[in-house]
Design a binder for this molecule. Structure first.
Ligand code: G3P
Length: 218
């Protein structure tokens, strides 16, 4: 399973790139706004800076809800860097845009997907990636991870090539479950990456080894 970081924060992205544990980036308008407020940089600057440090796919969302607007924005985004993937919302216009963009060689990530059948429709339109939001389903008292299991099974049944990005990840258990289900990718907030790295027994072990090392020097 590939690990993407779900963030537009350049410091977070750089840190994980240095650690060699990140294969790509996903952003959304809320994450870009946070980075704009943190750094004062413009939307284009933020996207270009991310593209300058990440070799893998970088998903950036269109803001238009109209078909023509989506296509225009998608072309502009794709011209920023060859690894830009255009995030398109799961709507009727969105599906139309995905089909057109596939025909002209622009990669897409269909976002705000909440059911397995929405994922199938995105795949049929030619989406490169589909992003089911599991945490937001948990938030309304259902088990978001279940749709990942269903989507993986359905995509296998019908040999869909679209890759599944487990999105709206909130905790390490989401990642363990996604790994067990054979998801293609999980897009993970920085905080969850740090939770995945840490274990109290690792910290305790390091402390004890250091103490014994100090004693062994005398
Ligand atoms: O990857 C989707 C993500 O950006 C949304 O996450 O936590 O706002 O539901 P969240």
């Amino acid at each position: 399973m590939k690990f993407f970081i779900d963030s537009a924060n350049l410091d977070e992205i750089k840190d994980l790139v240095k650690k060699g544990i990140v294969d790509g980036v996903t952003t959304n308008p809320s994450l870009i706004l946070k980075e704009k407020e943190r750094t004062g940089k413009s939307f284009e600057e933020i996207v270009s800076l991310i593209a300058s440090v990440v070799e893998g796919p970088i998903s950036v969302e269109v803001n238009s809800l109209e078909y023509e607007g989506m296509i225009e924005e998608a072309k502009n985004l794709a011209s920023i860097s060859k690894n830009i993937v255009v995030k398109i919302p799961m709507t009727e216009n969105g599906l139309k845009a995905v089909k057109t963009l596939k025909n002209i060689g622009i990669k897409t990530n269909v976002t705000l997907v909440f059911t397995p059948v929405q994922a199938v429709l995105a795949a049929k339109s030619g989406a490169t990636y589909v992003s089911p939001f599991i945490g937001r389903i948990d938030d309304i008292s259902d088990e978001g991870i279940k749709i990942i299991e269903k989507i993986m099974k359905i995509f296998k049944n019908y040999n869909f090539e679209t890759k599944v990005i487990v999105a709206s990840v909130r905790n390490p258990i989401h990642i363990l479950n996604a790994l067990e289900m054979g998801a293609d990718i999980a897009t993970i907030p920085y905080k969850v990456f740090t939770q995945l790295i840490k274990h109290p027994l690792t910290d305790l072990g390091i402390k004890r080894f250091l103490e014994d090392y100090e004693k062994s020097k005398n």
